[in-house]
Design a protein around this ligand. Sequence first.
Ligand code: HEC
Length: 157
Amino acid sequence: MKIAKKIAIALLVILVAMQFYRPEKNTASGDYITAFKADTKPDAQITQILENACYDCHSDHTEYPWYNNIAPVSYWIDHHVEEGKEHLDFSDWENYSLKKKDHKMDELIEEVEEGEMPLNEYTWTHGDARLTEEQKHLLMEWAKKVREGYQATGELE
Ligand code: HEC
């Protein structure tokens, strides 16, 4: 019992100490998505889906839940955002080459079709990010259209 108690106290101390380190927040202000919107022209419905389900991890602006104030949850969320943006960052769209944009849109169709995105860990706590079949369909159709636009420039290959 004594050892268990010591371990419990040690864990508590670690947990308290962890609260002092806060990962930097991903909260750009202003219109962090201008270039992406101008390029891909999402209508109101698509905009809403992206806002509810994707931008938190794939743009410069995350709407943090209250529990982000608690470590280690904050570390975990920070990791998701960092990794998400590394793979796909809608706020960095203007720096993507045409080929990269086209590839990311292709990936988007695949991830949405397979139900891989948004991540399950996210939809557990964000009910409005759970995509209906119709929303998935809309997203994929929009992405396909964007890709057709890229193809039509004749600059892809
Ligand atoms: C909770 C954070 C989170 C949310 C919300 C989220 N993603 Fe992701 N996404 C990630 C992470 C982390 C990765 C990289 C690892 C992986 O593929 O699982 C990723 C990878 C991707 C990729 C693959 C990019 C590549 O080329 O490797 C695409 C496409 C994507 N996400 C699209 C979306 C779309 C579309 C939505 C909204 C419908 C969305 N994601 C919502 C975290 C998220």
